[in-house]
Design a protein around this ligand. Structure first.
Ligand SMILES: [Cu+2]
Length: 167
């Protein structure tokens, strides 16, 4: 089961603290933060971190911190565990956020609808640290252009580092 929630952040408060994401905080807390970011001139857009490893039951919250730009977090049905349900945040304005609680173990690839071709994609792995055998979703490979596929962090890196930032 996947629970989704849409919310608008109030000014100030806990956001700054929550955004100081480290690999430790991923394991310590229930909520994992992913920022939707963009360069000032709009030429670059990205999720940060781009790859994370979480435990079943944890919640991921995406927040748009890119002034003047709207983003989505959207799940491709082919790129997730079969038992899970795809999500779509719809357009998030600056300061808006959207969260999903993950219960099914496996690899989830998601993207931003207007910026997929700019490489705005991310990967979430849900599993216990001892879990192995997750692999790239070879079967889904025809569904995305090559330059988009190359933007995903590799599964082994996420399993090792738990948090993969954009290079
Ligand atoms: Cu976007």
């Amino acid at each position: 089961m996947i629970l989704t929630r849409r919310e608008i952040l109030g000014a100030g408060g806990g956001l700054a603290a929550a955004l100081s994401l480290s690999s430790l905080s991923v394991w310590a807390g229930e909520m994992v933060e992913i920022k939707m970011q963009g360069s000032d001139d709009g030429s670059q857009v990205w999720f940060d971190p781009i790859g994370i490893l979480i435990k079943p039951g944890q919640t991921v919250r995406w927040t748009n911190l890119n002034p003047g730009n709207s983003h989505t977090t959207t799940q491709r049905p082919l790129r997730m565990p079969k038992a899970a349900k795809p999500w779509d945040s719809d357009y998030l304005l600056p300061k808006q956020s959207f969260s999903v609680t993950f219960t099914e173990q496996g690899v989830y690839d998601y993207y931003c609808v207007p910026h997929e071709h700019a490489g705005m994609v991310g990967r979430i792995i849900v599993g216990e640290p001892e879990a192995h055998g997750w692999s790239e979703m070879v079967g889904a490979n025809g569904d995305l252009p090559e330059q988009v596929l190359k933007a995903f962090p590799i599964v082994e890196d996420i399993m090792t580092k738990r948090v993969v930032r954009r290079v």
